[in-house]
Design a protein around this ligand. Sequence first.
Ligand code: PGA
Length: 258
Amino acid sequence: MSASRTPCVAGNWKLHHGRAQATQLASALAQAPLAPSVEVVVAPVFTCLSAVNDALAPSHRIGLAAQHVHWEDEGAFTGEVGPAHLVDVGCTHGIVGHSERRQHFGDSDERVAKRVRALLQHHLKVILCVGETQQQRASGSYGDVLRQQIRAALAGCAPSAPNPSILVAYEPIWAIGTGLAATPEDAQEAHAIVRNALADTLGAEQAEISPILYGGSVKPENAQALTAQPDVDGALVGGASLRFESFTDIIAAVALNY
Ligand code: PGA
């Protein structure tokens, strides 16, 4: 938490919720009295983006994220969705570099960097995910891993002025979907490493304004303690974002720190 950064809670719905469930949840969120101090974002599957955008319209303040993006706007790229098409359906954000995409779909640092640049060119906010494996944590190499992921993804996009569209999510892979969240202290240590890497890559001012979200088994019970840490500015939530109660409880818990 820091006064110079807007906290953000983003729900990554992954490959869950078809149109009916997605729009129902989005409508409920749009009508809920969510804490105004926290930026709220949801990331449904591609096929639900347009319907969810319509369902969110009454709120005027919940962001809409794609879970993935191609770097080209158009062309012979069967199966891909580019940034211009995301803008076209009302997206405000794009998630890039999630470990599931790196692991199962061969997303390299180089490709992640291209996606980051494409989103920023279209004035979409980037949620850049970084994080280490269990083995990298155990061997103590996680600091180097995080620094390398940040440098590789962002080196080519140094903004001329600090850019509020750059968010990072620290998601230790061993904590995703396992119920084993990082402790607040371990999260803080990793977030400080990420913020220093941001400063080295994009400058101190950018590092100061970029929210760094924690992701990996965030629940209503641990959200407040995690985001009470000085460099933890919100949460990227998977499983617990699929239900209205748990997601809004997380938003309320985070808001207690702001
Ligand atoms: P989880 O997923 O909250 O279900 O652990 C987080 C994520 O993958 O973004």
